[in-house]
Design a protein around this ligand. Sequence first.
Ligand SMILES: NC(=O)c1ccc[n+]([C@@H]2O[C@H](COP(=O)([O-])OP(=O)(O)OC[C@H]3O[C@@H](n4cnc5c(N)ncnc54)[C@H](O)[C@@H]3O)[C@@H](O)[C@H]2O)c1
Length: 499
Amino acid sequence: MKENSKHITRRTFLGTTGAVAAGLTILPSSVVSGLGRKTPAPSDKLNIAVVGIGGMGNTNLKNVSGTENIVALCDVDWGYAKRVFAANPKAKPYWDWRKMYDEMGKSIDAVITATADHSHAVITANAITMGKHVYTQKPLTHTVYESRLLTKLAAQYKVATQMGNQGSSGEGVNQTIEWMQNGEIGEVKRVEAFTDRPIWPQGLNVPKGEWVPDTLNWDLFIGPTKMRPYNSIYTPWNWRGWWDFGTGALGDMACHIMHPIFKSLKLGYPIHAQASSTLLLTDCAPNAQMVTLTFPERVAPKGSKVKYPQVEVVWYDGGLQPPKPVGWPAGKNMNDAGGGVIFHGEKDTLICGCYGKDPWLLSGRKPVVPKTERRVENAMNGGHEMDWVRACKESPESRVKTKSDFSEAGPFNEMVVMGVPAVRLQGLNKVLDWDGQKMEFTNIGPDESVRLTISDNFTIVDGDPKFNRPDIKLNAKEFAADMVKHTYRSGFTLPDMPA
Ligand SMILES: NC(=O)c1ccc[n+]([C@@H]2O[C@H](COP(=O)([O-])OP(=O)(O)OC[C@H]3O[C@@H](n4cnc5c(N)ncnc54)[C@H](O)[C@@H]3O)[C@@H](O)[C@H]2O)c1
């Protein structure tokens, strides 16, 4: 039976979280939120709730359920998620995470979120303000604002956090950082990265509405974004290609592929962004994109043997790849596990695959450098999740941060999702200037506009090709502002941004 979400009032949800924020609610003894509560022993089991269990959420769940208690599961599609509910009969099933938080807030220690990208932030932020530890899939959020908010909330509430980019716990990322800091390729002023995604349909016209299956609560899937008629192309899984729900190939793969870039080059906020793509439609991401972000000079970390000058990071997707650097071994596929990265250093070129996999130098040299990064066992096979479990059980004062703690994942995710406005504002035909602190583009005038194609209606009539591409004109400044910070649908509210 489908639950009627109207029965879950916003007032009951906000009432509860408000009480928790004010410290009025008794939290489970095992919770460690940094607010003076008891630290559990490593042998204590966490009570974990998982939101979005039909796909990757089930993998994350399995990776923690061997040692921890799974006490609640939430999904909006009880057909797709049926087998996961069935496999976890002790966990209380929910349609609506707000109701789950209301009813089980007291007994949940930690929340794993693996829904479509557009609902990550609201689910995670409200868990954090209830003092829950959070593991949230990549991309951490849909927008820059949401990333900034999660970064600040996590710091304020002192909860253990981890973004689900498991490669960040892997050996390749560690090695890339160590080689870079040891000066193995010298200063880096240009990096190129690419993915073979999308492997789901993109560049599509908005489809007609269909009847919603009985097993799906479409209203809850829509969540904070604007309502649209249901069509089976949207969920499960294909939401990736629709701007309201996903972030295209960037959101899918850049958190895996660009993480060694962000981390080894100590990147922060970009200062410029520009992009181009195949046909850009209003609702569906293009089949291929190219995004260039410029980062200013950074202060070299302690112990580093190189400087960190201004650097350009170029992203390609949809099957596009950077040109092969001079000396590339003929016949060697640049695509390693879904993509790759080329760091162009002044002394050498460092190449790695997706997840920072198997870094190597174009010169053929094999660097031997001190291991300065912490290692996580079985990173790609559950170690990433279990490292978060470890962090949840440590007191905030002495907690060793996870490998994709929000203090880093937040700013990194801002870099990733910055590609979306860059692509969607390409019609302005200029390099966009970005003020990272203020989270705004500084060179879009109040009266500037962009045109976007609503649909591509190419047909052949009596052997004669007909092109029909209706478009829409939008105020560019308002459009940009909405991509940086969404206006949420009634019933879905983010906590305020901490100072
Ligand atoms: N780290 C990785 O390697 C990896 C791999 C795949 C997916 N992911 C990420 O995991 C997330 C989910 O991707 P997926 O491939 O599993 O997608 P999916 O569509 O297969 O699964 C998402 C699940 O969440 C449910 N859901 C959607 N909105 C919900 C809501 N508001 N409340 C409760 N349930 C909701 C859906 O019904 C579905 O069961 C995405 O953010 C994706 O980027 C990460």
